[in-house]
Ligand binder design. Structure first.
Ligand SMILES: Nc1ncnc2c1ncn2[C@@H]1O[C@H](COP(=O)(O)OP(=O)(O)OP(=O)(O)O)[C@@H](O)[C@H]1O
Length: 302
């Protein structure tokens, strides 16, 4: 059932803009989620709640930990610590395909393997939930038998909705940037998820197609799904989010409505990083080059 979006927004607007703020009706709740790579704490989230039935954007500078958090929540990666639930089901140690069957699905950019499959084969794979690529050949083969009719009918319905029906037999790798994003969304919808997590839905999309993509994302919410998306395109964030969560250095540093978050000093600081109070006219370029080189060396030696 779609939520009444006006009252959902009013309820959210009344919340304080604190990191991890409690929501009126959360579909996902997580605590103490950490993930370390080498010496780097990529994710260090004390508390997170995703409100049901609205569009939440997850933003933050490069390397903030957004993708890692997506991977952890959907069972594609295992945290060092933490617990989280979806619709009150604890998801710790639940593999990705089971998370997908429970109704929480993330989109993926087209990988090499998926590019070599046709559009309709990509859709059929979506029906199986989210398994690792090594299973794909067996799955594609298996799907030619049994329940194929029902799956194909749903796939064709979705391809029509996303205006990809004419591309049905084309290799996914031949699609344009925007069409790939539509295919990613359509594929995720094969399991009819309650929560759909979109990984940079606007990346590589031609400006002429952006409005149409935005319309599709809104339609997901309007048919009653919860949407969580990672995105760098701030126009999109401002345009369609009901709520924004901001990460920096693995942590949630601010949350709020798009307007409140864009004006929040913690967010401006997070994006500008340590250099925000430096007078740029006084920067010593040699010194800066040395710092950058040192950072690269440090990363390479990890
Ligand atoms: N498999 C991995 N091995 C080692 N380090 C990793 C791995 N995955 C991510 N990291 C590191 O963890 C940090 C967080 O990365 P992550 O990709 O989650 O950030 P992000 O916010 O999604 O960034 P972007 O916006 O650039 O995609 C980065 O410093 C990254 O280099």
């Amino acid at each position: 059932m779609p939520v009444d979006i006006t009252s959902a927004r009013e309820a959210l607007a009344a919340l304080p803009n604190d990191p991890g703020v409690r929501k009126p009706d959360p579909i996902v709740v997580g605590d103490d989620i950490t993930r370390t790579f080498g010496g780097l704490k990529a994710v260090d989230v004390e508390h997170i709640e995703i409100q049901r039935g609205v569009i939440t954007a997850l933003i933050g500078p490069n390397g903030a930990g957004k993708t890692t958090l997506f991977n952890l929540l959907t069972g594609f990666d295992v945290p060092d610590t933490g617990s989280w639930s979806f619709e009150d089901n604890s998801l710790a140690k639940v593999p990705a395909y089971k998370v997908a069957r429970l109704g929480m699905v993330r989109t993926f950019q087209l990988t090499k393997v998926l590019s070599k499959l046709t559009v309709i084969e990509n859709m059929r794979l979506g029906a199986t939930g989210q398994r690792g690529e090594k299973f794909f050949p067996a799955i594609v083969k298996a799907l030619w038998g049994g329940q194929e009719d029902e799956i194909t009918a749903r796939a064709d319905e979705l391809l029509t909705r996303f205006k990809l029906d004419a591309k049905r037999e084309d290799f996914a790798g031949s699609l344009s940037g925007g069409q790939r994003k539509l295919l990613e969304m359509a594929r995720a919808l094969m399991v009819d998820p309650d929560l759909i997590m979109l990984d940079e839905p606007m990346a590589g999309v031609n400006p002429a197609l952006k409005q149409s993509l935005l319309g599709h994302v809104k339609s997901l919410r309007d048919e009653g799904r919860t949407v969580l998306f990672v995105e760098h395109d701030m126009d999109m964030v401002r345009d369609i989010s009901d709520w924004v969560i901001v990460m920096a250095q693995g942590q949630i540093v601010a949350e709020g409505t798009p307007d409140a978050v864009m004006a929040d000093q913690r967010v401006i600081d997070a994006y500008l990083g340590a250099h925000h109070d430096t007078d740029l006219s006084e920067l010593n370029e040699d010194e800066l080059a040395e710092q950058v080189e040192a950072e690269i060396d440090a990363e390479e030696s990890q």
